[in-house]
Write a protein of this length. Structure first.
Length: 407
């Protein structure tokens, strides 16, 4: 199937407000109910040397077109049938419109400079679709000749190889989720890749994209992101208690569902110190998003065992830079000890020969006018303008400063 020629300056990339990751809607409902008047700022980062400033005008044009997106009647009916959402939030979401004035886009010395400011209930929905827009604009400009068939062919080759290298493994507990929205080559590539997985890969259990889930009849998957924990650094009156406050607020909103907790906003060790027996029993599992995945998984299993919890009753979700090889390695290591789910993103939706995926993020930098930070388990992922606040955060959570060894 060939895509028609598209003009990224005049044709909208996004055609549905549901073309986003599920965790954004899940967090938005919690913010709507609990933090309606909280304000935040978020900023774009490109983790690499890409000079993306030249695409600022095209991206701005796409942002302007996003103001027309709204929840239509069929989409509203779809969300209403899901167990996650309450009627007051859905009725409010029907009236929601993107406000492009909340987004500042600049070509700053050839680098793409984007800052989003406004009520958290609004800003929270910008991140994923905006990253998808940036990625698609760049790839359409750089690789206009690429059709979705190239991605599907590449996927078919990877699946053949996966079947070969996993022939000696019991895959009955292997579970895959599509996490490909944010850095996809294009919307059409993501949709066709997921459709191919549905046809030929029996281990696909869901997608993070709500529009795709609806159109393909797949379960939508996702809970919370780093911003949930970051914002609580300023919402909570006690910085040292902010992570526990975030964990409890999530349980208050979703006591019996969406129970996978993200662990690396302030490092895994700091997370586990806060993840005591009550939380460990209440949450159904944990998600890995930075640092060594085997070390992380071993820490998680040991933590459950120390608390007298059978790890086989819990789930570990791996989602950091995964591909099929890495997922299979982790499955071989852990599958008999804990439930496993693998979320693969860029290596599904932007794995095309001769195409370089973008390593791009949008992260919270302020809440209620004050700094917030993410202290990742991976060097180089910490994002914060205020060094004094980073020091305060490290002190509050007893996170030592990582000193790089001389080469």
């Amino acid at each position: 199937m060939l895509e028609r020629t598209m003009n990224v300056a005049t044709d909208p990339i996004l055609t549905s407000i549901l073309d986003t990751d599920a965790y954004k809607s899940h967090m938005q409902q919690a913010v709507f109910h609990r933090y309606y008047d909280v304000t935040v700022s978020a900023e774009f980062r490109c983790r690499g040397d890409d000079l993306l400033g030249e695409y600022a005008a095209d991206i701005s044009a796409q942002i302007e077109m996003m103001r027309s997106l709204k929840l239509d009647q069929e989409e509203f009916a779809y969300l209403r049938e899901l167990p996650f959402f309450q009627s007051d939030y859905l009725n409010w979401l029907r009236q929601f419109r993107f406000d492009p004035s909340q987004v500042r886009v600049r070509n700053h010395h050839r680098k793409l400079d984007i800052r989003i400011t406004g009520p958290w209930r609004d800003v929270i929905l910008w991140e994923v679709p905006l990253l998808a827009v940036i990625s698609e604009v760049v790839h359409r400009r750089r690789s206009p000749h690429i059709a979705p068939a190239a991605a599907v062919t590449q996927l078919q080759q990877k699946l053949r190889y996966f079947r070969q290298i996993s022939a000696d493994v019991d895959l009955s507990r292997f579970k895959l989720m599509d996490f490909g929205t944010r850095r996809r080559f294009s919307r059409q590539v993501q949709f066709e890749v997921v459709a191919e997985l549905q046809r030929t890969f029996p281990y696909l259990i869901g997608t993070s994209n709500y529009q795709l889930a609806r159109e393909c009849g797949l379960p939508p998957v996702g809970t919370q992101a780093h911003e949930w924990f970051q914002a609580h650094q300023q919402i909570s009156p006690d910085l040292a208690n902010s992570q526990r406050a975030a964990l409890q607020a999530w349980l208050d909103e979703y006591p019996d569902q969406l129970g996978i907790a993200l662990t690396d906003c302030i490092t895994m060790d700091a997370f586990l110190r806060d993840f005591g027996p009550a939380f460990a029993h209440a949450y159904q599992g944990l998600r890995h998003d930075s640092g060594d995945p085997v070390e992380w998984g071993e820490k998680a299993i040991a933590h459950y065992e120390r608390l007298g919890i059978d790890p086989l009753g819990k789930t570990l979700v791996f989602s950091d830079s995964l591909d099929f090889d890495k997922a299979l390695m982790l499955y071989r290591h852990f599958w008999q000890r804990v439930n496993l789910v693998f979320g693969i993103g860029t290596r599904l939706s932007c794995d095309i020969p001769a195409v370089k995926p973008l390593n791009i993020v949008i992260k919270l930098v302020e809440c209620n006018g004050k700094p917030v930070a993410k202290l990742s388990d991976s060097p180089g992922k910490t994002i914060c303008h205020d060094k004094a606040f980073v020091r305060a955060l490290r002190k509050a959570f007893d996170v030592p400063l990582v000193v790089k060894k001389a080469s």
